[in-house]
Design a protein around this ligand. Structure first.
Ligand SMILES: C[S@@+](CC[C@H](N)C(=O)[O-])C[C@H]1O[C@@H](n2cnc3c(N)ncnc32)[C@H](O)[C@@H]1O
Length: 245
């Protein structure tokens, strides 16, 4: 089965699949742990699940859904300068047509010292093979993630390039290039995570090879293994960017 096509389909799978909720619980907890006290904006909220873990977030997406607070494009945010302490997004950066526009906007709407907390696909030798072979979204490591240009109003919000977060933040020299391009932003943390549990869970597919009850103990094991194996086999990247403006 291919990936679902809209937030309502994602929500239906979320509600029917306990193992997915167990995997995401760990991710949401990690993301929230990097947020500062104060106002949090969620971008690309999709099926709206973060609210179960952080009820006060202002949840937005470019596609409308009943459970969202606002419909807006990450590349043209309808918020005043310095409105938020945090911006959080899970699996959104790699869907943006012009990531540079988003970071300019994020820099504007964040308060000084505010944070962007992102959890995204991470490309490693093992995850690259898996994503290329079994995942419907492309991985194109040859693109320039800094290219700017017009925004296509007809772009499918689910079009993507899973390589974008790794190209921007994967290696120390990538983070230095990011900080040269966005002088007011600093990549203060990048963390590889998710070895086998995530691919075995099937993500938003209807199948899973892991029972929900095994997710917590396996997560503990993965945390021990990631420092050794993360560079080789992690599937995910947690990125924290801080506004220095
Ligand atoms: C893979 S889904 C992730 C949804 C949710 N964060 C989750 O993890 O379940 C990507 C989301 O990004 C949204 N998106 C894509 N382009 C966007 C844009 N330019 N501005 C805001 N949201 C966008 C899509 O509509 C979609 O809901």
């Amino acid at each position: 089965m291919t990936a679902p096509a809209n937030p309502a389909d994602y929500r239906a799978i979320w509600e029917a699949k306990p193992v997915l909720r167990a995997v995401y619980r760990d991710w949401y907890e990690r993301m929230v742990s990097h947020c500062l006290p104060g106002r949090t904006l969620e971008i690309g909220g999709g099926s709206g699940n973060l609210k179960a873990f952080a009820p006060d977030v202002v949840s937005t997406d470019v596609l409308p859904a009943d459970w969202l607070d606002t419909v807006c494009d990450a590349q043209r945010l309808p918020f005043a300068d310095g409105s938020f302490d945090n911006i959080v997004m899970l699996d959104v950066l790699h869907h943006l047509e012009r990531p540079v526009r988003f970071f300019d906007e994020a820099s504007r709407v964040l308060k000084p010292g505010g944070r962007i907390v992102m959890l995204e696909p991470g490309i490693t030798p093992v995850s690259h093979i898996f994503y290329r072979s079994f995942h419907p979204e492309p991985v194109d490591m040859a693109v320039d993630p800094y290219v700017d240009g017009p925004i296509d109003p007809d772009k499918d919000p689910y079009d993507s390039n899973q390589a974008i977060p790794t190209l921007l933040f994967g290696k120390p020299h990538d983070r230095q290039a990011f900080e040269r391009r966005f002088e007011g932003l600093a990549a203060i943390r990048t963390e590889r995570l998710a070895l086998l549990i995530y691919p075995l869970s099937g993500g938003f597919r209807t199948w899973s090879l892991v029972p929900a009850g095994m997710v917590r103990p396996l997560n503990g094991l993965e945390r021990l293994l990631v420092p050794v194996l993360g560079w080789l086999a992690a599937f995910r990247l947690l990125i924290v960017v801080e506004s220095r403006c």
